[in-house]
Design a protein around this ligand. Sequence first.
Ligand SMILES: Nc1ncnc2c1ncn2[C@@H]1O[C@H](COP(=O)(O)OP(=O)(O)OP(=O)(O)O)[C@@H](O)[C@H]1O
Length: 360
Amino acid sequence: MNRSTMVSSAQTRIRTDPFSNDCTLVARELGRGKFAVVKKCIDKSTGKEYAAKFLRKRRKGEDCRLDIINEIAILEIAKFSPHVVDLHEVYETASEIILVLEYAAGGEIFHQCVAHHDEAFTEKDVIRLLRQILNGVSYLHENNVVHLDLKPQNILLTSSNPLGDIRIVDFGLSRQVDSVKEVREILGTPEYVAPEILNYEPISTATAIWSIGVLTYVMLTGDSTFLGGDKQETFLNISQLNVHYGPDVFEGITDLAVDFIKSLLIKNPRKRAKVEQCLRHPWLCPSTDLAKPLKEADLEESESEPTDAVASDELVLMASYTVHCPCRQLESLDNRETDLKVVRSLQFPALQEIQQELVC
Ligand SMILES: Nc1ncnc2c1ncn2[C@@H]1O[C@H](COP(=O)(O)OP(=O)(O)OP(=O)(O)O)[C@@H](O)[C@H]1O
């Protein structure tokens, strides 16, 4: 049976001495997810600031320690990428694993995505930050790691004013993929999931490229590309590629930026730009000879890649959804929930036939 390829062992020493011996928690909570809370802390011996991510080992009655080991192992694989958050220490208690991470003081780029005018990103900002995101993702893809939850809440900044550098976080849904045995799962956040996920097709590194297309759209416009009135409508918008590229949304934004997004938001994952092609797009590197527009011919080369290697009856589908607020429409960042019911009620025939499990 082909299941998601989780990395099952990590090198980092898991400490069982009390976290509080070495670190002092600072009152401020930095963020919170479904099964984790992230708090700022200070290393007592060095005075350095870190972000401590407290992950519950038991979730919905199941032991999910291995999922956390997978997250640690992927952070280890990515440790030489300057744009992936650094893992400093790991502690374990009876109920939790604590990841002591590099502190990204600028917070989520989400805030600038939903900000108005002065505080919103300029196109120049987006170009610089996107190059860093793509470099981080390129490093992951070179190591056959696919993030699967790229969204503005998981892209952090080292500082917000002046605008610092990118740190990618939250590898809880990340998987190692190999090009032959591709992974088939439903993972991710509704507005950012790729059509192949909804169509019950294999997940590959191209799945993350789709999310970067959505991310770019959001960073430039502040609008959520596919967001519908409810999750069902969002999924329909994705599967029908209902993207609005009108001048009302893209006012003052260059045609090259729109061309870039269009080369990522392609329904067929094999025709979608690869990360290296994204980095060579003239919008992102206008001065090099390599900078030629991504036309169909450039993308066709991927057509010869191996096709589905797994029979559909061997599949186990896992669904994990986070709903977050529509950009520039809701103010609360805490409107997040996990909900599989909507998936069951979707109009997609394939989805209705699938047995679903919740990713812990
Ligand atoms: N290294 C860090 N520095 C500063 N803030 C951080 C850091 N890591 C995480 N955060 C904040 O905490 C939030 C939650 O972290 P993270 O996404 O890793 O948790 P999670 O439980 O896995 O979330 P989710 O349920 O959305 O997958 C982030 O969106 C961010 O705002």
